[in-house]
Design a protein around this ligand. Structure first.
Ligand code: N2P
Length: 376
């Protein structure tokens, strides 16, 4: 899509957010995949988010708060305690992938006061002006964030996001049911455990892991590297029961699944019920993710959203969430209070791990490959 001189800065023919959103909604209805939409948004250009709010511009706390978060990412008492202390009624919807969440926001879902995207989704949310800057006057606990995540590349200066938790994608396995512990993404290509294995229902994790398996970056946009990852994923699919995310846990616990691509925290949640479940980061390396709370531009309860963010930035609240979910807390003050004592990966570990980055226009190629893998 070429620049449109009548619009000043080159932003493409769908210059206003409203035009673009109308167009995107039509595309969604026509069955265009969410990540293709993200590519479309990137290629159409867009603004850089909204002007920062005036300090102290938030009014009194509202009586409702609508959360849209990754599933299984809270302690049991996180919401009830907040409701009681602040007198706010909280509604929680959950999602299983960034693409599901993005599709809903791009289709015009309004009414959410907080969402929880991963690193690579920030440029898309910003480009489409779907999120609004934090009002830091209302976040006195922000200083508790670990230094590594205060000024991250996907959100320079931490203007939009409050880092929530971090984790690693790896392999969960039943040490009592497999003869040898897996140590490579190649395990999914081995028919020895056919029918007893699953991979995540997640475009970035599946294609990314086969890119790492062949020694490439999990952010590759090289067509030949992506073709090899596609071929590996299609070959692996013959051995898989399903592409399934956090909801694989009961199947691992029951012993119906022996080997599952999974995130470390969700694995720990399953291990709490079945101690024979173990977790490994494959030798070829893997993805490190961080998810952050952000306020959608359409939020109707921004003050309650800020009070919730400031509440989860309390050390004891963040520690309870980390202990229940098994993820690393982005809250430095919480670390001494948690059971697991997960430290943010040091330099040596980081050499094997990569953050997922926005793929820009190559998102369309990834999306086509993912559709082919799912249809194979
Ligand atoms: C929560 C899993 C979130 C991990 N259940 C992916 N960012």
């Amino acid at each position: 899509m070429g620049p449109d001189p009548s619009q000043g800065p080159p932003r493409g023919p769908l210059a206003s957010p409203l035009d673009r959103r109308r167009f995107l909604r039509a595309a969604l209805e026509a069955g265009v995949g969410a990540s293709a939409l993200a590519a479309l948004v990137a290629s159409c250009g867009g603004g850089q988010g909204e002007a920062p709010r005036e300090a102290g511009a938030l009014g009194p706390i509202e009586s409702e708060l609508n959360l849209y978060l990754w599933s299984d990412y809270l302690a049991d008492d996180t919401i009830p305690n907040f409701e009681r202390e602040f007198g706010v009624r909280v509604r929680l919807d959950t999602y299983e992938s960034n693409e599901d969440m993005l599709a809903k926001l791009l289709a015009g879902a309004s009414g959410y006061d907080l969402v929880l995207p991963s690193t690579y989704v920030f440029p898309v949310l910003l480009g489409e002006r779907l999120i609004t800057p934090l009002v830091k006057d209302h976040l006195p606990n922000l200083g508790n964030v670990v230094p590594e995540l205060r000024d991250p590349p996907w959100d320079p200066g931490g203007v939009y996001g409050v880092p929530w938790q971090w984790g690693v994608t790896g392999i969960a396995y039943r040490s009592d049911l497999v003869a040898k512990a897996p140590d490579s993404w190649g395990v999914f290509l081995d028919p020895a455990h056919a029918g007893k294995m699953t991979m995540l229902d997640d475009i970035r994790d599946v294609i990314g892991s086969f890119l790492r398996f062949r020694g490439h970056s999990l952010n590759s946009i090289d067509p030949a590297e992506l073709e090899a990852a596609r071929a590996d994923a299609v070959a692996a699919k013959a051995n898989l029961r399903a592409f399934i995310s956090a909801t694989v846990k009961p199947q691992l616990i029951a012993g119906d699944v022996w080997i599952a691509q999974l995130w470390n925290g969700d694995t720990m949640q399953a291990k709490a019920e079945q101690p024979a479940i173990e977790f490994v980061v494959p030798k070829e390396g893997s993805m490190l993710f961080t998810d952050s709370l952000v306020v959608p531009s359409s939020a109707r309860h921004p003050r309650a959203a800020h009070e919730f963010m400031n509440y989860v930035l309390r050390p004891e609240v963040a520690a309870a969430i980390a202990d229940k979910t098994g993820y690393g807390s982005a809250n430095a003050a919480a670390a001494p209070l948690t059971q697991a004592k997960l430290a943010f990966p040091g330099q040596e570990e980081m050499a094997r791990l990569e953050f997922q980055e926005d793929l820009g226009r190559a998102t369309q190629l990834w999306d086509r490959i993912w559709t082919e893998i799912k249809a194979a």
